[in-house]
Design a binder for this molecule. Structure first.
Ligand code: C2E
Ligand code: CA
Ligand code: CA
Ligand code: CA
Length: 275
């Protein structure tokens, strides 16, 4: 038994070592990913529930690694956050998304995910202002999606940053609402304009009564606070009709469109110009 224990320990040690090397390798490669042109953006429509009309897009980051292939955000965003690389990457995302949206002839909104480290970084609102000015995008079309974890480390700093962004005209959405360390008081203490219901709740509305109750409660909360609520991860007509019945007005999910490169969306972003 003693032998076995030792073997198990060695096995874990080896596995841990491999995991650490894997992280280091990803971090190392991520350093060069921007310069090497390995990062790209995909756009997922956000639509009006009643009419299906596209209101805007959420921008999602993709990393096409030369050897690993497509690396999902869940495998590299946390590493980018821990290493501080998210500051450079996030700035790249913001600039490219705004540049892109500024060329559209339809004034659709563009929602960009902003991590805790970015929001708390020096001069973040100033950076956003600069990008908005240099790209010519109307700040009213820009939305930032932040999770509640972005508020906890330094709430005062987060509040100041959000207030400055709001003064610019930027819309602030609370992302992944109800997951992680949430507190309803955040909706009172911070200037949110919109609530996003996480995919985990939407997906379970027909299998878990708790999920249905949570979705209903968040929609009620939105009504009470006068904040629009968007449901994410809508995949089936049944989920859509549930959301409609409960008074949800905006939706995002595979039912309306998967995240795709911008060249696949030309008919949505530009009015047809007949010459
Ligand atoms: P998120 O902000 O909650 O983004 C929504 C995720 O749900 C996206 O995953 C999207 O592709 C996926 N999704 C949307 N509709 C459906 C659906 O109907 N079914 C299913 N199965 N999935 C759906 P993705 O693109 O893998 O991104 C994962 C997470 O990575 C995002 O979650 C966000 O937290 C983070 N992320 C992505 N891009 C960025 C970025 O540019 N900056 C930062 N800081 N984080 C990002
Ligand atoms: Ca998001
Ligand atoms: Ca807006
Ligand atoms: Ca989510």
């Amino acid at each position: 038994a003693k032998q076995e224990g030792k073997g198990t320990y060695r096995f874990f040690e080896a596995a841990m070592g491999a995991q650490i090397r894997e992280r280091r390798s990803i971090e190392h490669d991520l350093h060069n990913a921007i310069e090497n042109g390995e990062l790209s953006l995909v756009y997922q429509p956000q639509a009006q529930l009643e009419t299906g009309e596209v209101l805007g897009f959420e921008v999602l980051l993709r990393w096409n690694h030369p050897v690993r292939g497509l690396v999902p955000p869940s495998a590299f965003i946390p590493i980018a956050e821990e290493s501080g690389l998210i500051l450079t990457i996030g700035e790249w995302v913001m600039r490219h998304a705004c540049q892109e949206a500024a060329t559209w002839t339809r004034p659709l909104s563009i929602a960009v995910n902003v991590s805790a480290l970015q929001l708390g970084s020096d001069g973040f609102p100033h950076l956003v202002q600069g990008i908005v000015e240099e790209t010519g995008l109307s700040a009213e079309r820009l939305e930032i999606e932040i999770t509640e974890t972005a508020l906890v480390r330094d709430p005062h700093r987060a509040l100041l940053a959000l207030q400055r962004l709001k003064e610019l005209g930027v819309t602030i959405a609370m992302d992944d609402f109800g997951t992680g360390y949430s507190s309803l008081s955040n909706l009172q203490a911070f200037p949110f304009d919109k609530i996003k219901i996480d995919r985990s709740f939407v997906q379970a509305v027909h299998t878990k009564p708790q999920a249905a109750a949570i979705v209903r409660a968040v929609l009620g909360l939105g009504r009470g606070l006068g904040l629009p609520v968007i449901a994410e991860g809508v995949e089936t007509p049944e989920e859509l009709s549930f959301l409609g019945q409960e008074g949800c007005t905006e939706v995002q999910g595979y039912l309306f469109g998967r995240p795709v490169p911008i060249n696949e969306l030309t008919s949505l972003i530009c009015d047809n110009v007949i010459v």
